[in-house]
Design a protein around this ligand. Structure first.
Ligand code: ATP
Ligand code: MG
Length: 396
């Protein structure tokens, strides 16, 4: 009997001809994810991914890493048994029971069921009969109540021909699609709660997230850059490597305040962010921008203002949180581990030289008039000159 990690994907089964490519991507990510752990032989076996867990594998750590990786429906630590030992089927059931027996210790579930999947039909007994045979042994050993429709505990057996996997705890995965299957996006990352969640939503769909943060250092403190960096590091646990572009924005903002009336400034800043981000995205081969905008959440995010900002875009701007409530986003930020960083005190560049209450109903005409006093291409070029790039890998 050996310890085996079994990983199931779900949506991947829908992907037709590309399926092997999607699976290969997932296998590769998992290999990198557990490279420093006592885990070997990560490979695709009959519709699932398996790996060998060595004696020194730290399961709590492996579990927490896997739970954040896109493309996984669920996973488990299983006991692997050899079904080739005896020719008769009963010896197979005996071996399954031998593996299952210790998994019952220390548990007192309100109900249970055994669920068997015969992945290929080499194992000669049909699944329901195996479920009954093992279920009877569980009842005899524990007295637990069977509940087929809503069991508190499910005991799993996957019979794969020469071997079978037996396990009790199935951990939910993050769902979605494997890293690197969805194209590159450039995520506008402020220090707030929303933008890291928006980035995660796209990462979960298989997109590679690049990040850009606009800061007003040295006019404002360095704190916003440190937050952006920390957020990127947290998110990198889920995509393994990331790029962060830091854009000095303060000098541009100083030019804007010379001619633009206060209520329009935030919108004009945002339009510059989009222009600059697009250029960075083009150079980095990203296909779209991503923001954490939510309709109506703050004054700068009325639909009118979103439209006024969007007007300068030539690339799609994806806004995965557009219809979400704050509570929903906050809960997700906690789940992905970015919340604690997001609520740290910082000085966002958008607050620089702006009034408490920006205009909520910007007309495009007013914004365009205000921009006429500015040399837009020169200001964009100036900001691009100062861009710095950081590469982040995982430091577990
Ligand atoms: P967040 O919580 O993401 O900061 P928010 O509700 O505070 O969002 P805004 O500050 O209006 O909203 O920003 C809207 C979006 O614009 C952000 O989600 C982010 O994608 C982008 N953005 C704002 N400020 C910056 C910045 N300094 N650098 C990069 N992107 C930014
Ligand atoms: Mg913000």
């Amino acid at each position: 009997m050996t310890e085996t990690l079994v990983i199931h994907y779900l949506e991947l089964s829908l992907k037709g001809k590309n399926r092997p490519w999607f699976i290969e991507r997932l296998v590769r990510s998992i290999r990198v994810l557990v490279a420093d752990q006592d885990v070997s032989h990560v490979r695709h076996v009959q519709g699932r991914i398996e790996a060998r867990l060595g004696a020194n594998a730290n399961w709590a750590e492996i579990r927490s890493r896997l739970a954040g990786l896109p493309g996984i429906a669920n996973f488990a630590k299983a006991t692997q048994i050899d079904l080739t030992r005896g020719a008769e089927a009963t010896s197979g059931i005996d071996a399954m029971w031998e593996a299952m027996r210790p998994m019952l210790d220390g548990r007192t579930p309100a109900s249970f069921r055994v669920k068997v999947r015969r992945v290929n039909k080499q194992f000669p007994i049909e699944s329901p009969a195996v479920e009954r045979a093992l279920g009877e042994r569980v009842i005899a050993a524990t007295g637990w109540r069977v509940d087929l429709s809503n069991p508190a505990l499910t005991l799993w057996v996957e019979a794969l021909g020469e071997h079978a996997l037996v396990y009790a705890d199935r951990e939910p995965g993050a769902g979605g699609l494997p890293i690197g299957t969805g194209g590159k996006v450039l995520c506008l990352l402020s220090g707030g709660i929303d933008s890291p969640v928006a980035a995660w939503r796209m990462m979960r769909r298989g997109c590679t997230a690049l990040f850009v943060h606009f800061h007003a250092y040295p006019i404002l403190s360095i704190a916003s850059q440190e937050k952006a960096r920390e957020l990127v590091q947290t998110l990198t646990r889920r995509q393994l490597k990331s790029k962060l572009f830091l854009v000095p924005f303060g000098a541009l903002q100083q030019q804007v305040v010379l001619s633009v009336p206060p209520p329009l400034r935030v919108i004009i800043y945002r339009r510059f962010m989009v222009r600059i981000a697009e250029e960075i995205a083009r150079r980095a081969n990203a296909l779209a921008l991503v923001t954490g905008d939510v309709v109506g959440q703050v004054a700068s995010q009325t639909l009118e203002n979103i439209v006024a900002v969007n007007q300068v875009a030539t690339m799609p701007i994806l806004r995965p949180l557009i219809s979400c409530d704050k509570e929903e986003i906050t809960a997700e930020a906690r789940e992905i581990g970015t919340y604690g960083t997001s609520i740290l005190e910082d000085q966002d560049c958008c607050t620089l030289f702006t009034p408490e209450l920006p205009s909520t109903r910007t007309t495009l005409r007013l914004v365009e008039e205000a921009e006429q006093a500015l040399d837009v291409p020169a200001l964009v070029a100036m900001a691009l000159e100062g861009v710095t790039l950081e590469s982040h890998g995982v430091a577990w």
